[in-house]
Design a protein around this ligand. Sequence first.
Ligand code: GLU
Length: 554
Amino acid sequence: MNYKDLADLMFPEAKEISYYEEKYPERKLKEGAIVTRIAPSPTGFIHIGGLYQGLIAKKIADQTEGVFFVRIEDTDQKRKIENGVSEIVNSLTSFGFEPDEGMISENEEKGAYGPYKQSIRKEIYQAYAKYLVQQGKAYPCFCTPEEIEEIRTKQENAKIRPGYYGVWAKCRKLTVEEMIEKIKAGEQWIVRFKSPGREDRKIKHKDVIKGNVEFPENDQDIVIIKADGLPTYHFAHAVDDHLMRTTHVIRGDEWLSSVPLHLQLFQELGFKTPKYAHIAPIMKNDNGNKRKLSKRKDPEAAVSYYAEEGIPKEAVTEYLLNIANSTFENWRRANPDKPIEEFELQLNKMSVSGALFDMVKLLDVSKTVISKMTAEEVYNNTINWAEKYDEELANLLKKNKEYSLRVLGIERGNKKPRKDIGKWSDVKEINSYMYEELFEKDKTEYPYQVIKEKQAISKILNEYITKYYDENDDKQTWFDKIKELSSKMGYAKEVKEFKENPGKYLAHVGDVSTVLRVALTKRTNTPDMYEIMQILGKDVMQKRFEKAIEEMEK
Ligand code: GLU
């Protein structure tokens, strides 16, 4: 009786590994091409950190004319949820991170290196497990959960390292005959890796992001095939990333400490090791404490949050690149109009300890992104968002399409476009004074500034609308008229004049403009008032001024 007999008994159906090695040959890519993947579990919650990894993996592959694929790690059948795969795939594609290969919907995939869903790769893992058993590098373990628990308790009591290793690895010491006998007797078994490592020896490893790291060797005889016949993450990672010919394993740094085990698995399986790039998690400043962005505490940890808030995906992507490489910001400043595809992401420039996520900064990036869109794009995007989240806004925009395009076009398409919209949910509030229906509902006070007296205000408004405002005036004439009105009423027509001689005037032209602005919009800050007046039209202006005067009489 030898290992081969044991392996045949354990996996009578399994194919020779040469079958798979030939079926999934080395990829024919140009030199330097990088093959990356993301390997999410379909658990229903798409974390922004997952999207971040997707972006990085895709970008690195694209930059080198490599391959980016999506593999679904669903070997933990208990955690699986319905439509979990579609949710992952849809969120990736909605951000434009289409995979070159892998899962493209719940049950469909593309590419020649599949299946890309682990639960249907069972026979492949079994073939490789059999291969290890044949060489005495893996063995069946018959320990019951109670026995494992007992080992743990003993280790805890003795305050020694937990796990299945050395003297604790009971089944490792069984003879092949004993193993065969137990299997034949119908005892339950799982498969463990026979680790060749020693805890008192160190391994050195160079991670693409973390740099040089040193760890004790792995000496744990970890489970590679579970009782349900499916592999553990570690074993599946080695087999899949080898057969799918991944060159760079880009993954969360919670896996960094598993590197010694993974290197051992690759070595014992006779595989070439991939490069590892361990990404630090996205962090958040929580009252001065830096902590991981948390699924439970932070709504912005969910990818769905951005669509709900109406933050455009382009902005999220751009912001994630900001987090990924601090050089992105300078690049963007130097190349304000280039597509992000032209930015060269560098893995070795990524933060080792975790970049901070800052919502204010994200919205700032978003404002710039939106400022570059056309009125039509803003209009369509806002409707798409509002149809789901703000019916009133959707209806308002649809009912007044041409008008809305003019409103959204204010200070847009020029050199210094307006930058006030950070998310589609801002559009209503920012432009509310441009719609009578919304303005009527605004119950806030008129925020008059320097000129506050009722009489002065009524006079400015009345004079302006009856004697000065003309819809046909160009901007210069329009402004000259406000100056003229100012000077007629005792206000300085230039701010400079006022500053030189403040005693001579009641206030200045800017203060007069503010009265007009506040009466029209109830705001002290708006984009270009000339455009606002042009779009509102004289009738609405008149109505607003009357209302403003009326309010003061109350
Ligand atoms: N399924 C693993 C996870 O979700 C994947 C880790 C990896 O990328 O290898 O954490």
